[in-house]
Write a protein that binds this ligand. Sequence first.
Ligand SMILES: Cc1ncc(COP(=O)(O)O)c(C=O)c1O
Length: 373
Amino acid sequence: MSCNGSWVEVDLGQLRRNAAAVQGALGSTKLIAVVKADAYGHGLARTAGALGRFGVKHFAVAYAAEALKVRASAPEAELILVLGVARGGDVARLLADRIMPVVVSMEQARELSAAAVAAGGRLGVHLKLDAGMGRLGFICPDEVGEATAVCALPGLKVEGVCAHFSMVEPERKPAMTRGQADKFLRALPVVEAAAGGRLFRHMSSSRAALLLPECDFDAARAGIVLYGYGAGEEERRFRTQPVMSWKSRVIQVKRAPAGFAVGYYASYQTATPTDLAVVSCGYTDGYQRHLGNRGEVLAGGRRCPVVGRVSMNWITVDLGPDSGVKPGDEVVLMGRQGGEEIWGDELARHCSTIAYEILTGVSRQIERRYVGE
Ligand SMILES: Cc1ncc(COP(=O)(O)O)c(C=O)c1O
């Protein structure tokens, strides 16, 4: 049954090029592909599976349930790391599927330890240090002593140590940026002495991988740059391009006279006679209401303004008087058409948000089509 809806195209060829660009810049440092939030909206199973085929062996997710999907899609993965707080009830599956959680507190460590002992296994974990993010983990330096005590718990094997930057601004805020790296570096010998050897160290996410090569350590956890944002033309260490396009179709075209009111509360009126296209897509799909009277789409190879308010399932677009666009024609909400392009960072600017929220906000109900591999 047709629903005339929009769809997402995920360009796996571009994903492969992006992963190769990031891994190429990192050299011997491992790339940990961050695939949480349904691989930033690209679809977890297919994206992780493709990255696995492209040679990526390290993955990170937020939840244990996501980690199981990665194991099923990328069975050869050497590391699947849960960045959120796994609980005792997860441990049997984590052991069975060779998944490692981070440990963020002594209370969580004791719970995982007890569950691992009960399951008769030894669970590999990474210690999560809070070096300035102010979110999960043992606060540096005050709680580093507590973090070392995790190494002595039965049923756990501390294999890695990590932290997360709250900002990476080596030029605008060098002291804040460097201070966080320094806190991490000062904690390393203390936790590694307790662990009885060198641990797998990682701190950088995309922006640090791009701007702070001195913080590569053993691995970098890259998310947004794999999906093509944050490393555009002006960047030097590596460049990536967007992977996700979002498309729909015109479902009605009408010739409107001058002074014609469009949509709820008549927030737009045509200035001159023009063609209006109704396009199948609305805020229920993740096309944000902020885009009404602000955003543009590509139709007939040209940029056309979204006019009036975005409604639940439809938007209206001003085609101009001579576009030749007709019902059934493809409309690009995000992506390329003709010589034009509109990407998630442009939509994000209109919505006062970041490309991460645009990508992860495209409804999971919308079909993902995988192309280009
Ligand atoms: C702990 C952690 N590491 C890495 C990442 C990846 O960040 P980015 O997408 O900026 O590379 C995230 C993303 O939210 C994160 O929370």
